[in-house]
Design a protein around this ligand. Sequence first.
Ligand code: HEC
Length: 272
Amino acid sequence: MTTIVKRALVAAGMVLAIGGAAQANEGGVSLHKQDWSWKGIFGRYDQPQLQRGFQVFHEVCSTCHGMKRVAYRNLSALGFSEDRIKELAAEKEFPAGPDDNGDMFTRPGTPADHIPSPFANDKAAAAANGGAAPPDLSLLAKARPGGPNYLYSLLEGYASDIPGEAAEWWVKQQQELGLDAAFNEAKYFNDYFPGYAISMPPPLMDDLITYEDGTAATKDQMAQDVVAYLNWAAEPELDARKSLGLKVLLFLGVLTAMLLALKLAIWRDVKH
Ligand code: HEC
């Protein structure tokens, strides 16, 4: 191999290595890391998984959480038909009015509506949930260190899922306070929530829902799917960005090859 070809290969290797390092930036050491479909330069969202994840959100999480940055019509990116989107939106009620008598009323949602919080305001949300309002989930996959791995760990991190010392400590703590160990009035033990005491009851259990595509709804499957959906919501442009990135890399590759050929042609007749 000529030196120049070797150098070109080394340069190409460096470009790939830098790309890989940028992909590998994750927070939190003790989180459960998952093999997300969208990781790596060739990674993409898995549409059937996003649809299942939305179903989990819609049937479970949306009883407490809103996603105000996602409009129902945005769900067409997940492969839902227009009719299905209309149906999904119509399942939620929105404030409207006033009517001719000056009264406010509610109307079913349309595809232009954004996924609402089920509570009238933050105070009502906090009052119904042991003092902590369920946050809007639109951007949480970006807002928390560890992103999707944190969200997944949180969903898997309730006391009943954790055999070890932490759970024992928690049970003792609760007994000393005279509270029911597993389900006290407001707080639940979660190994991944800062401070361990979270106001969200464990939201998932096996067979809680029936997947429309027939996938077995284990707790782990639902956790993976809903996190994929939450990641899409926070980063919907990821697939497009990666396609563009690959095109740029391809372009740079072709350009390099052409310049190399040009250089070889120019220097062909020069004696060493
Ligand atoms: C019964 C109501 C309820 C349901 C159902 C529910 N949550 Fe929560 N969730 C809460 C409350 C309350 C909080 C605030 C917890 C706190 O601050 O202690 C919360 C907080 C969260 C957080 C933020 C954690 C953090 O780091 O601040 C995430 C993420 C979350 N929920 C995801 C989900 C997902 C995903 C689902 C559906 C699988 C779901 N929740 C279902 C009530 C609920």
